[in-house]
Write a protein that binds this ligand. Structure first.
Ligand code: GUN
Length: 302
């Protein structure tokens, strides 16, 4: 079997188009655009790129878009003060504080200070709790897991009843929330991680395999069940001397070419889950805007 390559860019473009249309409808109903504030503390180059892309996409979608760049030396109190001001700003529907934060700042205290109704990252304990309680329809759901689920749906449909799902990775940002979402779709879910015994054997049980461990090409072709749907959330740059001296390439947690020979559908890296994350941030911001104004929640599923 040769797997279908799931085109994350194309699916993300569909979600973005829906978010833009929902933003237009929101503007007509509420008399203002959805508003997104993105906060960056420090000068981490990767975070600078992510934050710039998020702000740009928000502008392109017709949102009110604010970017707050604070120095690495910012105190926790000053950051909490900014969060309080954004919480109180009626034209801001979404607040995203880019992670990681400098070590001197308690990230969990900051994330908990964000108004849950504006928590477009879905990291506030209220949103984590709603998702865990099976009330995802009332929650703001983390962007990368929500995007991964739309890709799963594009490959095999919305119902995962009778399917075995394996999530490799137990982070709060991806592993745990994506496991909750798979469970909500009636999959039988296993969460595996770095301390799991015989990881290859666990992966071989998966009809749906979600890889989010951050270990380049850990998951090999012979770990894949024939016909499985493989969603690769990992992305890392590794040396590629075969392309010439000093060259690099982007890889995920899955050895894609090997896995594609066995799977029925697989996400590439880059161009799979990555493009979905920003699209889902736009979707979450429009969703937060609707819910804050008492309007029905828009849909973004495949
Ligand atoms: N850093 C890496 N991924 C994320 C994310 O999804 N949200 C935020 N706020 N920071 C991140």
């Amino acid at each position: 079997m040769t797997a279908r390559i799931i085109d994350g860019k194309a699916v993300a473009a569909t979600v973005t188009a829906k978010a833009r249309a929902a933003a237009e409808a929101f503007k007509a109903a509420a008399g203002r655009p959805p508003g997104l504030a993105v906060v960056l503390v420090g000068e981490d180059p990767a975070s600078q790129v992510y934050v710039r892309n998020k702000s740009r996409e928000a502008e392109a979608a017709g949102f009110r878009s604010e970017q707050h760049n604070l120095p690495a030396t910012t105190s926790e109190a000053a950051l909490l003060d900014l969060v309080a001001r954004l919480n109180a700003d009626p034209g801001i529907d979404g607040i995203l504080v880019q992670l990681p934060l400098p070590k001197a700042i308690d990230a969990s205290r900051v994330l908990t200070a964000i108004d849950p109704a504006k928590d477009v990252d879905g990291f506030h304990p209220v949103n984590v709790g709603l998702l865990a309680a099976g009330s995802a329809e009332k929650a703001l759901v983390p962007c990368t897991p929500a995007g991964a689920m739309i890709l799963v749906e594009s490959a095999i449909g919305a119902s995962l009843a009778g399917k075995q799902a394996v999530v490799v990775g137990r982070s709060n940002i991806v592993g745990k929330p994506v496991a909750q979402l798979l469970l909500q779709r009636d999959a039988t879910v296993t969460i595996a991680h770095s301390r799991t015994a015989d990881l290859p054997a666990i992966c071989r049980t998966a009809d749906v395999l979600v890889a989010a461990v951050g270990r380049p090409e850990l998951i090999r072709g012979d770990w894949i069940k024939p016909g499985a749907v493989v969603i690769d959330v990992g992305i890392q740059r590794i040396p590629a001397p075969e392309r010439g001296e000093g060259k690099t390439r982007l890889v995920g947690d899955v050895a894609t070419a090997e896995a594609a020979a066995v799977a029925s559908a697989i996400t590439p890296v880059p161009g799979g889950v990555g493009p979905m994350t920003i699209a889902m941030l736009m979707a979450n911001t429009v969703t937060a805007a609707h819910l804050r104004e008492g309007l029905p929640r828009p849909a973004f599923n495949a």
